[in-house]
Ligand binder design. Structure first.
Ligand code: HEM
Length: 524
């Protein structure tokens, strides 16, 4: 709450009146502050996810694959390291992205503003520490027993706090959701809760009974089925009903599919818990086909796809991701029926994780995230294109060669490292592109020379914090003494209050914004 302290007698009249106006009447101008704070928190989740993707995730995955192909044996790599890699990718990368995007976007979908920023940062801290600690436990922490259990507790705590913000909100009548996206989101987050509770249970069991930080194979399979199909894939379907539908110009999804898809995902989770793996894998295949039909991914667009500012072929890669999902699900069923072909299970998982999840994120994130992050622009459409082509080539090579090499051997072993390097190059391209996008200054979506003296001072310094020192230097002396600025004080009033030169100040501001003009005109 803005107030006037005792030493504020020295404040210029215009400032005091503006504080008074703020206090006594409703301020009607839009406040950019909550949006900036939400975008900052989202950026933290995204940068964390990128860090997990690059180092603990992909580098460790490539390392594991090199060991496997050098020894020509799937068992050559350390199981604990393989699980540490899987956890870093699924929870560190995909989980951080999903949590950050959900906390940013779901309150908006629910027609309310995100307010509990302290809690959002706490979630980020708990989640990041938990996932990083879990990775450290897997790759060699001496106190791995404490680390396993501690990390699982932190992850679960972050999850509970996220649900507190997303689900248990106070006030306002709550309607039962009636759209496919919301139901898939509910099922996906429900499955994440089950996966994290199970993770805690297995971690406790392993830390008491096992000699190394690795999940027993059957529990690992149960956990992966729930985390992958119940959580990551289901949430990806949910967000597809929103973003893919809009960006590809598809007809609205078939919302009546919500009931059977939700029942199907629930049954899949229960089958995994009951270790009915064949049933779970069959369900995954059937649900994939049903979800594709409901989201209408392969239907022709009824409106032009939104292509401005991104790689123009990205809609094709989104559809390709769904092709990979069908392949991954089918390979999973094949692995159950022909267990002697040992590479099928790994090939299936790779088709789902890299072919579907990573391709979908590589194609969608550059379209969605820059605009969420204060209307930024994607750093490079060429790097986006390179990341998608390299990822697809690497994934094709890996799924094909792993399915055969692990069981039949032969020359295909030597293709595996090549696939790993192609995917590594793709990941580096994606990480560099997204990090460069996030760290560049947000553009001004108004024309150079469009600075309006009637606009509140508060708006300028909140939307573009770098204007604060510039304005102080241009003569706004009072601004230097205040951390809180009245929302109703216009730029012109602030200039007059300090006897500054309005023309000089406007010229400085216009010059500032001329350096922040977007590279492309208009929004798509
Ligand atoms: C750069 C690419 C990647 C490489 C080189 C790689 C490599 C590997 C290797 C060698 C394994 C051991 C099993 C097998 O031989 O198939 C594995 C397992 C796994 N990977 Fe990856 N991977 C990559 C990307 C990803 C991504 C993007 C995800 C998730 C989004 C992921 C999630 C997993 C999971 C969940 C497992 C199973 C872990 C377990 O058994 O508990 N991987 N990966």
């Amino acid at each position: 709450m803005i107030g006037i302290a005792a030493d504020d007698n020295h404040l210029p009249e215009a400032w005091r009146l503006a504080y008074e106006r703020d206090r006594t009447s409703e301020v009607t101008s839009a406040d950019p502050s909550p949006e900036r704070r939400a975008a900052r928190a989202l950026a933290a989740f995204i940068l964390t996810g990128l860090a997990f993707l690059a180092l603990p995730g992909t580098f460790l995955g490539v390392w594991n694959l090199m060991v496997i192909s050098e020894h020509r044996a799937a068992t050559a790599a350390s199981t604990a390291w393989i699980q540490a890699h899987g956890h870093a990718q699924l929870f560190g990368w995909v989980g951080s992205f999903i949590l950050g995007i959900s906390l940013y976007v779901l309150p908006k979908f629910q027609g309310r503003a995100l307010k509990k920023f302290g809690m959002v940062w706490m979630i980020w801290g708990l989640w990041t520490t938990g996932v990083a600690w879990r990775w450290w436990a897997g790759i060699g922490a001496r106190e791995w027993r404490v680390a396993l259990v501690g990390s699982a507790v932190l992850e679960l705590a972050a999850y509970v706090a996220t649900q507190r913000i997303l689900v248990f909100r106070s006030g306002g009548a709550r309607k039962k959701p009636n759209d496919l996206g919301s139901w898939l989101g509910i099922c996906g987050f429900g499955a994440l809760g089950v996966a994290l509770i199970l993770n805690l249970g297995i971690c406790i069991e392993v830390s008491f009974r096992a000699s190394a930080p690795r999940f027993p194979p059957l529990w690992d399979r149960t956990f992966l089925l729930i985390a992958l199909w119940g959580f990551a894939v289901t949430v990806a379907w949910g967000y597809s009903t929103r973003f893919v539908t809009i960006f590809l110009g598809l007809k609205p999804p078939l919302h009546q599919a919500a009931r059977w898809l939700s029942i199907g995902v629930g049954t899949l989770v229960l089958s995994a818990l009951a270790r009915q793996f064949l049933l779970a894998d069959l369900l995954a295949l059937v649900l994939t086909v049903y979800a594709i039909w409901a989201i209408r991914i392969f239907h022709p667009s009824v409106r032009p796809p939104k292509l401005i500012g991104v790689y123009r072929l990205y809609p094709t890669f989104i559809r390709l991701a769904y092709v990979w999902l069908v392949i991954g699900a089918a390979l999973g069923v094949a692995a159950d029926f022909v267990p002697r072909v040992t590479g099928l299970g790994g090939a299936s998982r790779h088709a789902i994780t890299v072919g579907f999840i990573a391709t979908l994120i590589f194609a969608l994130a550059p379209r969605i995230l820059p605009s969420f992050l204060n209307g930024r622009e994607l750093y490079s459409t060429r790097i986006m294109a390179a990341s998608l082509w390299l990822l697809s080539a690497g994934c094709l090579l890996r799924v094909f060669s792993e399915a055969i090499a692990y069981s039949a051997g032969g020359r295909l072993w030597s293709l595996l490292p090549l696939s790993a390097f192609l995917e590594l190059a793709a990941v580096i391209a994606f990480v560099v592109n997204m990090a460069a996008t996030l760290t560049q200054s947000p553009p001004a979506w108004f024309s150079a020379g469009g600075v309006n003296p009637k606009q509140p001072l508060y708006w300028y310094i909140t939307s573009f914090p770098k204007t604060r020192p510039l304005l102080i230097e241009a003569g706004l002396k009072t601004l230097a003494t205040r951390s809180d600025v009245p929302r109703s004080l216009s730029l012109a009033e602030a200039v007059a209050a300090d006897g500054a030169d309005l023309d000089r100040l406007l010229a400085r501001l216009n010059e500032f914004f001329s350096r922040r003009q977007p590279r492309r005109a208009g929004r798509n």
